[in-house]
Design a binder for this molecule. Structure first.
Ligand SMILES: Cc1cc2nc3c(=O)[nH]c(=O)nc-3n(C[C@H](O)[C@H](O)[C@H](O)COP(=O)(O)O)c2cc1C
Length: 283
């Protein structure tokens, strides 16, 4: 028996994200223990940028439901993350949650290797935006083992499972969770590390904005092709995580502490001016 956790980032009851999560979890196999969390119901506050969480032994100082959520992920054998596209990106609860992952950036081993699939739902043709990439990033910041991700069209609740092919796709995602032989079909011209087809181009090179893998555009007779190089030196390797969350962030924190007086002097002229509208001045 395996424990599967479904994290649903939609406020809509029995909506598309919820239904797909249920289909996926149920398809993963019989006798599993299934649990779901509606992310939009949790009290997840915004990161305060205090960096108190940086020491290895520290946790986030904000008292809310983050610890509860992380404990649920820690206890799960597999995770499904589902969110609707809102204004071309995921529902805001995903961004708020992801910002708080600075606090686990240097404690990433605790979630390593748990299989995960992500599911995007969207309701306007070609308006899915960067939702899938943002959900996959959420899984990668948690250091889950991303098995596959999929995007489903459907505006009205349950519309996403209207088409048998979509329902079957969701069931395949579920079966993939614990299938050691499952291999996601990779697409041409996507980042080979994080699968993003959103890429930055500087005139010479392409860079994946998410994992940082770099590549080149190669002209062929009737098309161009992307060639990516070193695929093992990106943000989401153990080394890459350590480089950012342990070495870089800690060194910036120490630098700030040692130069605090200097930065406060730079702030001073701006401290004296205040154009803030305070709540009591609202009509
Ligand atoms: C505030 C809001 C913004 C939305 N923005 C988009 C959008 O940018 N692109 C899109 O394709 N669908 C958009 N939608 C439609 C939803 O993504 C779609 O209905 C989805 O299936 C809802 O999933 P749910 O039933 O799990 O809540 C938006 C819906 C809402 C409520």
């Amino acid at each position: 028996m395996k424990r599967i956790l479904g994290i649903v980032a939609s406020p809509r009851k029995v909506g598309n994200s919820e239904i797909l999560t249920k289909v996926i979890m149920e398809a993963a196999g019989p006798d599993n223990e299934l649990e779901m969390i509606r992310l939009t119901d949790l009290d997840i506050k915004g990161c305060r940028a205090c960096y108190s969480c940086l020491p290895q032994e520290a946790t986030c100082v904000i008292e809310d439901d983050l610890a509860f959520l992380l404990e649920k992920v820690r206890n799960a054998d597999a995770v499904v993350i589902a969110a609707p596209c809102y204004m071309l990106g995921p529902n805001g609860s995903i961004k708020k949650l992801k910002d708080r992952f600075v606090s686990i950036g240097n404690k990433f081993e605790q979630f390593a290797g748990k299989p995960c699939v992500t599911v995007t739902t969207y309701g306007a043709p070609n308006w899915e935006g960067y939702t899938e990439q943002a959900l996959n990033l959420t899984a990668r910041f948690l250091n889950l083992k991303l098995i596959d991700s999929a995007v489903f069209f459907g505006a009205s609740p349950a519309e996403v499972i209207e088409k048998p092919a979509d329902l079957q796709r969701a069931q395949r995602l579920g079966r993939a969770l614990f299938d050691p032989d499952y291999r996601r079909t990779s697409q041409e011209n996507e980042c080979p590390v994080c699968w993003s087809d959103i890429l930055k181009y500087d005139g010479t090179n392409v860079t994946c904005p998410f994992c940082g893998t770099r590549g080149k555009i190669k002209a062929e007779v009737d098309k161009v092709r992307l060639i990516f190089y070193p695929k093992d030196d990106h943000r989401f390797t153990d080394e890459g995580r350590k480089r950012h969350f342990e070495v870089y962030l800690n060194s910036k924190k120490q630098e700030y502490i040692s130069k605090r007086k200097y930065y406060q002097e730079l702030q001073d002229p701006y401290r004296q001016t205040s154009y803030w509208i305070t709540l009591d001045k609202r009509e």
